[in-house]
Design a protein around this ligand. Structure first.
Ligand SMILES: CC(C)[C@H](C(=O)O)[C@@H](O)C(=O)O
Ligand code: SF4
Length: 471
């Protein structure tokens, strides 16, 4: 047999038919949220079609839900989107993980929790960060609303020819205070936001093997920010334990699980297979990463200074100057001297239990700096319950942070959690575009540990120098 990459194996298993220029893929899971589904369901109604496989289609509400008093959506547009999804799910027989079900949350957080995200599957969602699910060795990618309709109607999806592969080897081990977020920010900084355009990334190497599933999801989540189509990590014992542990209603059990694991063990890149492109990152030499600009590639070490506009990789002087101006930053300013107004810990990048544990480790026994507002937003109702069982909510509240309900929250300005114009945030989310967290808001992307430390000091600090990191 010719040696093959993990990506090629999963792709090839799902080809229904193909021509030299197009491929029809079978889709194993279709995840749905309130923002990109209304027109798709309308299209089905107009064409008098049903959902082809409602039992493979799962919906939740995340972008528009308030994270305070969730049952009471005041914004009329948001309310209508949530109610429309409820109606559509009822009419088409789709399972909705609704507010208060104990299972609601950001679509990319709940898929894995429910055991819907499994190795070797194809998973799509009308959402760009669907790449998150690739952490399990699933081929998972975002689709547009017309494609959502196509998948609802047929459980298949047209694609072009098989995309190129980009192998990302991450050697070494992360040092104290460093997190998976630092790996992915360092990668995007290295290859640029177009560095993986059209490619499916596979992350491998010592540092990746050492990561928990939560950490792997953080990395795969941001593959899209490097221009990638999807991100993948080969499943291993860490993956199988995650699937077997906890309450995952849709995961296979008993003999079915054992049989699945036997198959899942074959889902890895063969030793002699080659990637179309490759890059290597050494985790051991990384410093905590901080974005200073308006795309996730505009990143420096916490020990660096705000760059001169003519020294920004992959960026013209004019574009860099524009980013500096929007961000209200002066070249040469040490990153650790940038004052912060708001700290947001949450999102599908860093709203999982390990992220909250990392933030709590810094905040325990400390206080949020005067004048700083800190929001801690669990990615799902299940994460919220787990954090409360561990007493993390008390740590956050005692530190002076706000403990919220599950949703996308301040990751993007589609609900009441927004930056005011000119406000500056340290955020654990994945995008720092102009206005992303609210019109005129200024976003710096960092890890949960870095965000929590910025909350305490009111500016960025090198978390490697903090006492909490020594343990
Ligand atoms: C609203 C949705 C379509 C969008 C996406 O596709 O990613 C959002 O989740 C985001 O992160 O910008
Ligand atoms: S948390 Fe942010 S990135 Fe993730 S799905 Fe919601 S809006 Fe998109």
């Amino acid at each position: 047999m010719t040696p093959s990459t993990l990506f090629a194996k999963v792709w090839d298993r799902h080809v229904v038919t193909s021509t030299p220029s197009s491929t029809l893929l079978y889709i194993d899971r279709h995840l749905v949220h309130e923002v990109t589904s209304p027109q798709a369901f309308d299209g089905l109604r107009l064409a008098k079609r049903a959902v082809r496989r409602p039992e493979l289609t799962f919906a939740t509400v995340d972008h528009n839900v308030p994270t305070e008093d969730q049952m009471n959506i005041k914004d009329l547009l948001s309310k209508r989107q949530v109610e429309t999804l409820r109606r559509n799910c009822a009419e088409f027989g789709v399972t909705l993980l609704d507010l208060g079900s104990g299972r609601q949350g950001i679509v990319h957080v709940i898929g894995p929790e429910l055991g819907l995200t499994l190795p070797g599957l194809t998973i799509v969602c009308g959402d760009s960060h669907t790449s998150t699910h690739g952490a399990f060795g699933a081929l998972a990618f975002g689709i547009g609303t017309s494609e959502v309709e196509h998948v609802l109607a047929t459980q298949t999806l047209w694609q072009g020819p098989r995309p190129q592969s980009l192998g990302v080897e991450v050697t070494g081990r992360l040092g104290p205070g460093l997190e998976p977020k630092d790996i992915i920010l360092a990668l995007i900084r290295r290859i640029g936001t177009a560095g993986a355009t059209g490619c499916v990334l596979e992350y491998y190497g010592e540092a990746i093997r050492a990561l928990s599933m939560e950490g792997r999801m953080t990395i795969c989540n941001m593959s899209i920010e490097a221009g990638g189509r999807a991100g993948l990590i080969a499943p291993d014992d860490t993956t199988f334990q995650y699937i077997a542990n906890g309450e995952r209603p849709y995961a296979p059990k008993g003999a079915a699980f054992e049989a699945a694991v036997a198959d899942w063990r074959t889902l890895k890149t063969d030793p002699d297979a080659t990637f179309d492109k490759s890059v290597t990152i050494d985790a051991a030499t990384l410093a905590p990463q901080v974005t200073w600009g308006t795309n996730p590639g505009m990143t420096v070490d916490v020990t660096d200074r705000v760059p001169e506009p003519d020294q920004v990789p992959f960026t013209s002087r004019a574009d860099a100057a524009r980013a500096l101006e929007y961000m209200g930053l002066t070249p040469g300013t040490p990153i650790t001297e940038i004052p912060i107004d708001v700290v947001f810990i949450g999102s599908c990048t860093n709203g999982r239990i390990e992220d909250l544990r990392a933030a709590a480790k810094v905040l325990r026994g400390r206080k949020v700096a005067p004048g700083v507002r800190a929001l801690v937003v669990p990615g799902s109702e299940a994460v919220r319950a787990q954090a409360e069982a561990e007493g993390l909510n008390r740590v956050f509240i005692e530190a002076g942070a706000e403990w919220r309900q599950a949703g996308c929250s301040m990751c993007l300005a589609m609900n009441p959690d927004k930056l005011a114009p000119g406000q500056r945030s340290a955020s654990t989310s994945n995008r720092n575009f102009e206005g992303r967290q609210g019109p005129g808001g200024r976003t710096h992307l960092v890890s949960p540990t870095m965000a929590a430390a910025a909350a305490v000091y009111g500016h960025f600090v090198d978390v490697r120098t903090l006492k909490a990191m020594e343990a």
